[in-house]
Write a new protein. Structure first.
Lengths: 360, 176
């Protein structure tokens, strides 16, 4: 997902869950900061490098892909962007390394998302924002793993966008992927940008949904493809449905974090709170555009009557650098929450006897 | 690409340059040793790919490609090794054929890259030069020494291009 959903949609979800404007801004700022808190940025902000929640393009190109380097990559990407759905998934094929990678495939409504949301409870808006980023990404990044793997994350020529057809069957149009990141995407042809095929199992080109480009990040798109792990069974990814579920689950999770309910359970959505706005939400999600920020922003502002300032990742650095008690600052709380999330997910992966995030 | 991967690529390219220079200096006497090294390198690559296939890639959609490529590399390795017992003219034709094949692959790749707005000029240049070197080898096949020289130049050219592409700026798709 991108800034449109992590920032503006998260703001709207927080408002609908009952938070006021300022708290909602704090939550969505933390949710979006997860995509910017790299080691490079942490040096500038003066934060602990272990609190990194993402890796920049330049950092990935320099990242080691030996077992230790892979652990570092896996801890970051599995904890914040590709939360594994089932660490104990029944896999009856492949070597141990294959099984370990298979069990890191991301998906919604796993046990780890319950742990993630409960971990954020009572820890403030910063922790809530991080949890909302992780939750939303479980819907967008379904079927991909947060570790470099050709045998899990690869895709091939079989990639079709689905359009509503005249009959019961949707019309299919093959998607072509360009491998030049500076090339423009053409949603009408359709041509999208994806990372280039690398036969090396652990190449960073095979991390997450890189091979499928930004398709998982676009709310309007429905597509059919053959995931590398799927044994030639076609998967249909219905982003409009998934994004609506993500939004409804965020409202439910934020209501829990605000103390409205005592327990957070998976596969539960707050349909009641979004029902008065469902047509507008569906309209934004289904609109054919690669960046829905303007529409989500207008929706959020119509809910609160306040102006939502543009996201600025450096907004809280001055406060953090100048404070003697850093734990009381916005970034201090964000770093603590990020460290706690990474520690929790890495521990769960290791407890499942999976060696990709390290050894116990 | 990490510093170690860059270093590995550079070392491989330097060893290719040494092979090329050795061919230029020692002429026809050197290439039998080179054939041996070439065969061993291809066999190791083939075995590594087959190992990866049987452990992981056979469960992957399109994993058979890895299997076929592994078999192909291993087969090429054995075939290359067996050339020690055939007349030198055929060995040189084989080396020229390999170079031409590599050039054609580069040209096809460049053409595909052009179709999707990716960088294609360097690959096209590399492909054209390799094919021209291979054609020159075949024209000069009766003069063993000259063919060895042309093949040696081909090796050195490939190595220089490999070093250049190692230090080219790379990009990956940012996943958020």
């Amino acid at each position: 997902m991108q800034g449109d959903f992590h920032y503006y949609a998260t703001y709207s979800a927080a408002l609908l869950a009952g938070y006021d404007h300022k708290s909602s801004v704090d939550i969505c700022h933390a949710a979006q900061l997860v995509d910017h808190c790299s080691r490079t940025w942490l040096k500038k902000a003066g934060g602990p490098s272990q609190a990194a929640t993402t890796q920049l393009q330049a950092e990935l190109l320099q990242a080691r892909t030996d077992p230790i380097g892979l652990c570092d990559i896996t801890r970051i990407w599995s904890s914040f962007h590709f939360l594994p759905r089932d660490l104990y998934a029944d896999v009856d094929k492949g070597s141990r390394n294959y099984k370990d990678k298979y069990r890191l495939i991301c998906g919604p409504n796993g046990d780890l998302i319950v742990d993630t949301v409960k971990l954020a409870c009572g820890k403030g808006c910063e922790a809530a924002g991080i949890a909302m980023h992780v939750l939303a990404d479980t819907w967008a990044h379904t079927y991909f793993a947060g570790t470099p793997s050709l045998v899990i994350n690869n895709t091939n020529w079989y990639f079709y966008e689905l359009f509503p057809g005249d009959g019961s069957e949707p019309e299919r149009r093959q998607i072509k992927f360009s491998h030049n990141p500076s090339a423009s995407e053409d949603v009408d042809k359709p041509v999208y940008v994806g990372s280039v095929y690398q036969s090396d199992e652990n190449s960073i080109m095979n991390l997450g949904h890189g091979r499928a480009g930004h398709l998982p990040d676009y709310s309007y798109i429905r597509y059919a493809y053959l995931p590398a792990w799927g044994g030639y069974r076609e998967i249909i990814k219905d982003n409009p449905h998934d994004y609506e579920c993500a939004f409804a689950q965020m409202v439910y999770a934020l209501s829990y974090l605000r103390g409205e309910t005592d327990d957070f359970q998976k596969e539960t959505y707050d349909a009641d709170k979004i029902s008065p706005h469902i047509d507008r939400i569906r309209g934004i999600i289904a609109k054919r555009q690669v960046d829905a920020s303007a529409d989500w922003k207008a929706f959020g502002e119509s809910l609160s009557g306040e102006e939502i300032s543009d996201f600025n990742k450096d907004e809280h650095i001055e406060e953090y650098m100048g404070s003697e008690n850093k734990s009381d600052t916005y970034l201090g709380c964000f770093f603590e929450a990020a460290l706690a999330q990474k520690k929790m997910v890495a521990a769960r992966i290791m407890e499942s006897d999976n060696r990709l995030a390290g050894l116990l | 690409m990490t510093i170690w991967q860059k270093l590995r690529n550079v070392l491989l390219a330097v060893s290719m340059i040494i092979v090329g220079v050795t061919m230029l200096v020692f002429g026809e006497e050197a290439y039998m040793a080179i054939i041996g090294i070439f065969a061993l390198a291809l066999e190791i690559k083939g075995i590594r790919m087959l190992w990866f296939y049987f452990r992981m890639a056979r469960h992957m959609v399109g994993g058979q490609n890895i299997f076929f490529r592994g078999i192909l590399f291993f087969d090429f390795g054995i075939f290359t090794g067996s050339l020690v017992w055939v007349p030198r003219a055929y060995v040189l034709m084989y080396l020229a054929g390999m170079l031409a094949f590599s050039g054609v692959v580069d040209l096809l790749g460049a053409n595909e890259a052009r179709g999707i707005q990716s960088s294609w000029k360097l690959k096209t240049f590399e492909g054209v030069v390799k094919v021209l070197i291979a054609i020159s080898s075949l024209i000069l096949v009766r003069s063993g020494t000259r063919v060895v020289d042309v093949c040696a130049i081909g090796f050195i050219f490939s190595a220089v291009m490999s070093i250049a592409s190692t230090f080219r700026r790379q990009q990956v798709i940012t996943i958020d």
